[in-house]
Design a protein around this ligand. Structure first.
Ligand code: ATP
Ligand code: MG
Length: 250
């Protein structure tokens, strides 16, 4: 039975997509069957998994709204890792579902039909708080909140945690963990943020921290996860450590 995890933070550029794709690849390496749901119109997860924008005929919006949604799921270069791709159609999604009953439950209902096939379903969310995030959170068992080791990302964390508190009042939703990302070991501000987050969320912060890494940055250009692109790099090892931490936490 799949565990559904959303990768969320309303702040942009904190490492949501990077975490979704690389964690997905790392869990796939542990022989888990993974589905990545790209729920962001930027389609960064789709592209990082080697699918070109023009190849996407049917996307997450078709998956949610069409009666027959079987053929939306794409295979990737990794046999354990499948993808529901994104496209610009998501830009009009909110408007399209304005009058739909229980519009925040659309994803949950559809994913329920796939839970026997996968071990983990990872949802890459856009940098916003709205109906897309509501759909993702209602469909999820838990969330990972990536926090870039910078002041603005740290500052935005409270708002994200409040949003999760709000959802927790109506349904179970665990914080799988807060993931510190893009730590630059050459300056102290990053370490200050690490201290602050660990102090405020001692039981919720992953032990694994993701450092700034050129391999992580470069891999999407080749349509690959950092694990496929450079298995022995530091970035690859850190995401493999994160996967182990999540598997051990189960
Ligand atoms: N550990 C890292 N080291 C170096 N660069 C990184 C790292 N993590 C992410 N990046 C880079 O930072 C940028 C933002 O990362 P990413 O796209 O994963 O963030 P995001 O939260 O998904 O952004 P958005 O909110 O726009 O969806 C990208 O260029 C990515 O390659
Ligand atoms: Mg993203």
């Amino acid at each position: 039975m799949a565990k559904v995890i959303s990768i969320v933070h309303q702040k942009g550029g904190v490492g949501k997509t990077t975490t979704t794709v690389n964690l997905g690849a790392a869990l796939a390496l542990e022989n888990k069957k993974i589905l990545i749901v790209d729920f962001d119109q930027q389609a960064n997860a789709t592209i990082t998994l080697g699918i070109k924008r023009e190849e996407v005929q049917r996307d997450i919006v078709n998956f949610l709204l069409d009666d027959c949604s079987n053929n939306v799921i794409l295979k990737t270069g990794d046999s354990n890792l499948d993808l529901i791709p994104a496209s610009l159609k998501i830009a009009t999604f909110e408007q399209m579902i304005q009058n739909v009953e229980d519009k925040e439950l659309l994803l949950q209902k559809k994913l329920d039909t796939l839970k026997d096939i996968y071990d983990y379903i990872l949802i890459d969310c856009p940098p916003a708080l709205g109906v897309i995030i509501d759909n993702a959170l209602y469909a999820s068992d838990s969330v990972i909140i990536p926090v870039e080791c910078s002041f603005y990302a740290y500052d935005a964390l409270t708002q994200m945690v409040n949003k999760i508190d709000e959802i927790q009042k109506v349904k179970p939703l665990e914080i799988e963990g807060i993931l510190l990302t893009k730590l630059d070991n050459r300056n102290t501000i990053g370490y200050n943020i690490v201290e602050k987050v660990k102090f405020e969320f001692p039981f919720k912060t992953f032990n694994t921290i993701i450092s700034i890494s050129s391999h992580i940055q470069e891999a999407p250009m080749y349509g690959k996860s950092v694990i496929q692109f450079s298995y022995n790099s530091r970035g690859s090892k850190e995401y493999r450590d994160l996967a182990k931490e999540i598997l051990e936490g189960k």
